[in-house]
Design a protein around this ligand. Structure first.
Ligand SMILES: Cc1ncc(COP(=O)(O)O)c(C=O)c1O
Length: 372
C-alpha cells in the first residue's frame, strides 16, 4: 500500500494502529508452521473483525476463515469472501433463516451443530429451500460452552447423517479454557488430555462416514502443540495476527516467561492530556478504548520505559512509573499493546496501517458490532 505522506505522529488519539511489518511476519509464521505440519489454516476473524485483514490471511495461504456470528459471516460475504466456518451453533428459526439466506449467496458456508433439535430445525428449513448445508459436529472438550460431550457425539453424528439436507464434514473441538495456561508444559499436557476423546470420535467418524475429513481445532496458545496431533486437519487460530498482553504473558516452548511465537502487531496510541499530580499522568484512553479483560495494557513506546498503564474511568488511563523515573509531559503519545485484542478492536471503526513511522492507509473494522 502506498504511503499517504502521513506519519504516526500526525494521528489523533486514541486510535488503533497495525504495524504491517509485524502483521506480515505473524501471518507468514503461522502459515509456514501449519503448512510444514501438512495441515490447513482457517483463521478466526472474530479477533480482528476486518475483511481486508481476512483477505490478507487468505492471500497468505489460509483456506478460508472462521466467524463467531451470522452477522460476521454476512459482512464477509458482502466483502466478497467465502469458505467461511461459523464456529457457534445457530438455533433460532429467525437466525436459521438468515443463515440459509446467506448459504444461497455463499454455498461454501459451514456451521457447527451440537443438538438434536437444532439439526432437525436446520434440516427442515433447508428442505423447504431445496438446499443442502455442510456442517461440523461441535465436540465439547472441556470448555463447557457449546458442543456435545464426547460420549454423546457418535449418536448425534448418526442423526445428522440420517438427515438428507445436512452433510457431515467432520468435527470442531475448541479447547478455549486451555489457551492461556501459563506453563507451556501444563498447557501441552492439558491440551492432549482434552483432545483425546475428540480424537477417538473423529477416528470413528472418519472410518464410517466418507465425507468426514475435517477436524478443526486450536487457538493461538496451543497452535504448535496441536500441530503435532495427526488427526487435526485445520487450525482455527485467531489472536496470532494482532496479539495482546494476555497472550504475551504466557510461556512458550522456548521461553517460560513469554510467548515468543508472535509479536504484537496491534497497538493503541494514547496521549498524555494532564500532568498536574505527583507520581501520575493522565492519558486519553480508558474503558471505551481499551477493553478491561485479560492482562494489563503494556507501554511499548517509549521503549524500555518503566511506565505502567492503569484504568482511570471510561475515558482516561493513569500512567505511573514503576522505578520513579520521570513521567512523560502533556502531549506525549504513548504506544500500548492492548490487554485483550478482540473486544478492544470492537471499540474502533478503523485501523491505521503503519510501517515504521509512516502511515500507509486505513482499513475499516467492517465487522465491528456484528454480534448477532
Ligand atoms: C471457537 C473458537 N475458535 C478459535 C478461536 C481462536 O482462538 P485464539 O484467539 O486464542 O487464537 C476462538 C477464540 O475465542 C474461538 O472461540
Amino acid at each position: 500500500m502506498a504511503s499517504t505522506g502521513k506519519y504516526k505522529s500526525d494521528l489523533d488519539t486514541p486510535c488503533l494502529v497495525l504495524d504491517m511489518n509485524v502483521l506480515e511476519q505473524n501471518l507468514q509464521k503461522m502459515q509456514a508452521a501449519v503448512e510444514h505440519a501438512g495441515k490447513n489454516l482457517r483463521p478466526h476473524v472474530k479477533t480482528h473483525k476486518c475483511s481486508s485483514l481476512a483477505r490478507m490471511q487468505i492471500g497468505a495461504g489460509a483456506i478460508g476463515v472462521c466467524v463467531a456470528k451470522v452477522s460476521e459471516a454476512e459482512a464477509l460475504v458482502k466483502a466478497g469472501l467465502d469458505n467461511i466456518l461459523l464456529t457457534g451453533p445457530v438455533v433460532t428459526p429467525r437466525k436459521i433463516e438468515r443463515l440459509v439466506d446467506l448459504l444461497r449467496t455463499s454455498p461454501s458456508l459451514m456451521v457447527v451443530v451440537d443438538h438434536p433439535g437444532n439439526i432437525e430445525l436446520l434440516d427442515a428449513v433447508l428442505r423447504t429451500r431445496g438446499m443442502v448445508m455442510d456442517v461440523l459436529l461441535d465436540v465439547d472438550v472441556g470448555l463447557n460452552r457449546t458442543g456435545v460431550r464426547p460420549p454423546d457425539a457418535l449418536a448425534l453424528a448418526d442423526r445428522i447423517v440420517a438427515l438428507p439436507h445436512l452433510r457431515l464434514l467432520g468435527i470442531q473441538a475448541y479447547a478455549g479454557h486451555v489457551q492461556h495456561i501459563r506453563s507451556y508444559d501444563t498447557r501441552k499436557h492439558t491440551s492432549y488430555q482434552c483432545l483425546k476423546e475428540a480424537i477417538r470420535v473423529f477416528r470413528e467418524l472418519r472410518a464410517t462416514v466418507p465425507t468426514c475429513t475435517i477436524f478443526s481445532a486450536s487457538g493461538t496458545g496451543t497452535f504448535d502443540i496441536d500441530l503435532a496431533v495427526p488427526e487435526i486437519s485445520e487450525l482455527q487460530v485467531g489472536s496470532y495476527a494482532c496479539m495482546d498482553t494476555e497472550y504475551l504473558e504466557i510461556g512458550s516452548a522456548d521461553n517460560d516467561a513469554r510467548f515468543v511465537s508472535f509479536d504484537p502487531a496491534l497497538r493503541l496510541l494514547t496521549t498524555v492530556i494532564s500532568a498536574n499530580h505527583e507520581g501520575l499522568v493522565t492519558v486519553d484512553a480508558g474503558l471505551k478504548s481499551l477493553y478491561k479483560d485479560g492482562g494489563k495494557p503494556q507501554v511499548i513506546v517509549p521503549e524500555n520505559s518503566a511506565l505502567e498503564y492503569n484504568w482511570f474511568g471510561d475515558e482516561y488511563g493513569m500512567i505511573t512509573s514503576t522505578d520513579n523515573s520521570e513521567l512523560p509531559p502533556i502531549g506525549t503519545v504513548l504506544e500500548l499493546v492492548t490487554s485483550h485484542c478482540d473486544p478492544t478492536v470492537n471499540l474502533f471503526d478503523s485501523y491505521y496501517l503503519t510501517r515504521g513511522k509512516e502511515v500507509n492507509g486505513t482499513w475499516p473494522i467492517d465487522l465491528r458490532g456484528c454480534s448477532q
